[in-house]
Design a protein around this ligand. Structure first.
Ligand code: SF4
Length: 385
């Protein structure tokens, strides 16, 4: 005789809904095709989300009730949450953004004349441990999803209530320079950048979207085949010995390999007049001497570029110090005399830094990478002294 064990009800695992916010045009079209719907539904939904700022599927009135009901069952449009917001007297606005799992990242909008640049994060934390970077010291938590990346753009526009026709564009430029190394989150970053450039979403020109990398060479080579966004590279040193200390990934992909990859990326662009932005954080008595500047002049000879100098901002866990104004001036002069276009980052949003640090807590970006947005600003030449 067979003994039956008591039957137990199987646990119901809730189906995860697709977050339509992070789907590129191609992905959205595929999504609707898989549902047996026409492609133009993808265009309608993209416009609702990114042009009109509508995230309630119930409110997407031109989809028809049957399709809306079907979507409500399997999909959602869910931006990350704003944990806090700070406004500076100079117009800079910073958000601490809470993502699934509770992690916090920072997004910053920096207005300047008739443009406004949004600095966007790509990861919670970072695994690369650059020696001058607070984020790197806190380790890596996880990649952001495409929805969490493009959601930062969506939230910035929403916070000014600026969706819809007739509103001035709140975000004119985007720089992938917030927390994380964007090329280590390749697929999600590329999908989000596609939406930044997509006319059915944010419609920014490829010159106005910049990816900043510390030098993940294989991913940069791969990017050349799929994207035409502007490129910024965190160099920070004129030779491998010094860069190995400051940017440890240099031990894997040394400067010569990185610069070759940059040249290849620029060569692959349809517009041959574009150049790579070289970011160089000046740290007192580490890499801010005239000899370093001269070495940099020689190093960059064959790479079409402009240089963005970033005086280091000290933070508690770091022994590094800010360079003197004279050192910055001297460094700048050597590069300018050699014919380079050189910008020096100015400080923005100073009055909200402390509060922002409190809000974001352990993940605050004290290197203020967000302000390197100026690297992407073609027109600005800021002199020191
Ligand atoms: S500087 Fe950028 S790549 Fe380096 S540790 Fe910080 S976030 Fe990561």
């Amino acid at each position: 005789m067979t003994t039956l064990s008591p039957t137990s009800t199987p646990a119901i695992v809730p189906r995860k809904k697709v977050n339509l916010l992070g789907l590129s045009r191609v992905q959205m079209e595929q999504f609707f095709e898989d549902l047996g719907e026409k492609k133009f539904r993808a265009q309608q939904v993209l416009k609702w989300i990114h042009h009109a700022g509508v995230i309630r599927i119930e409110d997407m009135s031109n989809l028809g009730k049957a399709l809306r009901d079907k979507l409500l069952d399997i999909a959602e449009v869910r931006p990350p949450e704003i944990a806090s917001q700070q406004d500076s007297s100079d117009g800079t606005r910073k958000w601490a953004i809470r993502v699934d799992g509770g992690g916090l990242v920072e997004t910053v909008l920096i207005p300047s004349g008739n443009r406004a640049t949004l600095c966007v994060s790509s990861q919670v934390g970072c695994s690369l441990d650059c020696s001058f970077c607070s984020t790197g010291k806190q380790g890596f938590e996880r990649d952001l999803t495409a929805a969490e990346i493009i959601g930062q753009v969506w939230l910035a526009i929403k916070s000014y209530d600026a969706f819809g026709p007739g509103n001035n564009r709140v975000v004119s430029n985007v720089v992938m320079m917030g927390m994380g190394e964007p090329l280590l989150n390749f697929d999600n970053v590329v999908a989000a950048m596609d939406l930044m450039l997509e006319d059915l979403a944010y419609g920014l020109s490829k010159r106005r979207v910049t990816l900043s990398t510390s030098g993940v060479v294989p991913a940069l080579d791969r990017l050349a085949g799929v994207s035409e966004v502007s490129l910024a590279v965190s160099l920070h040193a004129p030779n491998d010995e010094l860069r190995n200390q400051l940017v440890p990934i240099n031990r894997k992909y040394p400067i010569a390999v990185l610069l070759e990859s940059c040249r290849n990326y620029m060569a692959a662009q349809s517009d041959k007049s574009r150049v790579v932005t070289i970011e160089y954080t000046l740290i007192r008595d580490v890499n801010d001497q005239v000899t370093h500047a001269r070495e940099l002049v020689e190093l960059l000879r064959d790479t079409p570029c402009k240089v963005n100098l970033i005086p280091f901002n000290a933070f508690a866990q770091s022994d590094y110090r800010r360079p003197s104004g004279n050192a910055v001036q001297r460094f700048w002069q050597v590069l300018v005399d050699a014919g380079y276009i050189v910008t020096v980052r100015t400080t923005r949003g100073d009055d909200i830094d402390a509060a922002c640090g409190q809000l974001v807590g352990q993940v605050v970006d004290r290197t203020r990478r967000s302000e390197r947005y100026r690297a992407a600003d073609d027109a600005q030449l800021i002199t020191v002294g």
